[in-house]
Design a protein around this ligand. Structure first.
Ligand code: ADP
Ligand code: ZN
Length: 540
């Protein structure tokens, strides 16, 4: 068996060169392709640009039969197919942009075995009457070698781009249980990962999780205030390269684009309220460097491939870390240095909270409680990111379940570290308070824990008799903000877990116990707002 793998591998490398002209595989590709060739289900998590497409394209060429690629974006589909065809690879797509005659011709090509890769939008694959008989026909004539589900996070409400039509892809599994499924995404949170496996009913899949670190990106967070606009103008002028500015609302997009134009910067707006033609026009002007800056809502960017974006500025707070990672990740696809700046003000939190509150069922008008809860939780994570004093990469990558050692030298917190203090004693107080709750089978969030520590007389605390706990009132010497900073830092450093019980609650883990037993010191960076640096300060 090992010998065979070795032979396969030599063969794989040859075919990589033959079909795609590449000399070697990118990290993960060869293992994924091996698994696919052995008809195993596969889940691929790789950042954008990591080389996901090849993982199903090469097996599609090597296996008998047709590989069906499910892809959500028509524009993207066209580009991908074009690229393949330019390389002499038998690929085509079926979507609503084709005439009836064109579609018939293509289905003919597929059934007669002329095509190895067929790209389709999910709604077409599942609902189109004519296709209902088409798939069985393909299965009969040439066989289906695999279903490749691109942008697989679209099946998950926890992802940043949920598409209900993706949910129906499970029918494929039911109808064609023996056809392997390869699901691919650049989204890597554990929740989304589990959702994909469940929704697509992957059977003991081979899972590849690539590193999501983007070493060429510099991450920074700046306070949003009346100087921010000037800073942005300066940054654009200094950069000279192309950039994207993301705003939360269409109005803000329009305003900002006009202001920049008045300041002599070639900038155009992009949002879903514009006509399709205007949007396409502005997008293409940006891509061909006719304008320097595109000011956009999050509607912009999915499927846009402009490799030389030198900066991405978030004028407003993003709604979740995932979205921030994806949007900022549109910078520097060419691997050259690029800057990602996030402007942050407490006012943004209110705006987003308001928007979350407007998520209601369109027919009944009842609040979508589950969605609101998810959105609120995700917002807390963004706030944590914005206010963090640790390496930004620890937090971003931690969000994807990837541990990162810190000291990246490519974020504001690493370049300009804030003072660090030893807060082991405070951490012990905080953790033991959570431990006391746990002894009573209770768990609470940071806010409540801090109130208990600071001896609050709040009714809920008295009703719970938490004023009788030995940890009640032992933390009066620090402000709420200071305790919050500690809690955040404990979470980021893994000394504490956050789980949800309808709302986020804190739980102790093995590391918490090490801290409690005095086997570990807790060093935390002090948030800049804190004036009273009376404690012994360790400058880094
Ligand atoms: P993703 O879908 O993960 O965003 P792509 O599949 O579009 O990434 O690949 C990104 C780029 O890397 C493409 O230009 C692709 O041709 C290139 N690429 C993929 N695999 C290899 C490889 N083994 N060697 C060199 N270039 C590769
Ligand atoms: Zn860093």
């Amino acid at each position: 068996f090992p010998l065979q793998v070795e032979n396969d591998f030599g063969l794989l490398k040859k075919s990589l060169k033959h079909y795609f002209g590449y000399d070697s595989f990118r990290p993960g590709q060869e293992e994924i392709i091996q698994a696919t060739l052995q008809n195993q289900d596969v889940l691929v998590l790789m950042p954008t640009g990591g080389g996901k497409s090849l993982c199903f394209q090469l097996p599609a060429l090597l296996k008998p039969g047709l590989t069906i690629v499910v892809s959500p974006l028509i524009a993207l589909m066209q580009d991908q197919v074009q690229l393949l065809q330019d390389n002499g690879i038998a690929a085509t797509f079926l979507n609503s942009s084709l005439s009836g005659a064109q579609a018939r011709e293509r289905t003919q090509d597929v059934v007669s075995g002329k095509i190895k890769l067929l790209y389709m939008a999910p709604e077409r694959l599942l609902s189109d009457e004519s296709l209902f008989s088409f798939l069985p026909q393909v299965k009969e004539s040439v066989g289906i070698s695999a279903f490749a589900v691109d942008e697989a996070h679209c099946v998950s409400e926890w992802g940043h781009d949920f598409r209900p039509e993706y949910r129906q892809l499970s029918h494929l599994r039911q109808q064609y249980p023996d056809v392997p499924v390869i699901a691919l995404t650049a989204t890597a949170t554990e929740r989304v990962r589990e959702d994909i496996m469940r929704q697509l009913q992957l059977k003991e899949p081979f899972v590849h999780i690539g590193s999501f670190n983007r070493p060429n990106l510099y991450y920074e967070v700046r306070p949003k205030n009346r100087n921010s606009y000037r800073e942005i103008v300066e940054q654009i002028r200094e950069s000279q390269g192309s950039g994207i500015i993301y705003c939360l609302s269409r109005k803000k997009v329009e305003e900002t684009a006009s202001k920049l134009q008045l300041d002599g910067i070639r900038a155009v707006p992009y949002h879903a309220g514009m006509s399709t033609e205007d949007r396409a026009e502005n997008q293409s002007r940006f891509i061909r460097d006719d304008v320097q800056v595109i000011v956009a809502t999050v509607a912009f960017g999915m499927g846009i491939n402009k490799p030389d974006v030198r900066f991405v500025i978030h004028h407003d707070l993003p709604r979740n870390i995932e979205g921030y990672y994806q949007e900022s990740g549109r910078a520097g696809r060419d691997s050259e240095a690029a800057i990602c700046t996030l402007y942050y003000s407490a006012g943004d939190i209110k705006t987003i909270e308001f928007l979350i509150g407007t998520k209601v069922d369109p027919t009944t008008g009842a609040p979508l409680e589950e969605e609101q809860r998810i959105a609120n939780q995700q917002l807390r994570r963004v706030i944590n990111y914005a206010e963090a004093t640790e390496c930004r990469r620890i937090i971003q990558l931690g969000y994807f379940g990837e541990s990162f050692p810190g000291n990246c030298d490519g974020c504001d917190n690493c370049r300009y570290p804030k003072p660090v203090e030893n807060w082991t004693v405070e951490a012990q107080k905080f953790l033991s308070c959570i431990g006391r709750f746990a002894q009573r089978d209770q768990s609470y969030g940071a806010g409540y824990t801090i109130d208990v520590l600071r001896g609050s007389k709040e009714k809920r605390i008295l009703l719970n008799h938490h004023d009788k706990l030995t940890t009640y009132g032992i933390g009066k010497d620090h402000s709420k903000d200071e305790w919050r900073n500690l809690a955040r830092s404990l979470l980021h450093q893994g000394f504490l877990e956050e789980t949800t019980d309808g709302y986020p609650v804190l739980k102790l883990n093995d590391l918490s116990w090490e801290v409690l037993r005095g086997q570990r010191q807790v060093m935390i960076a002090i948030a800049p707002t804190r004036r009273d640096v009376s404690k012994a300060t360790l400058q880094t």
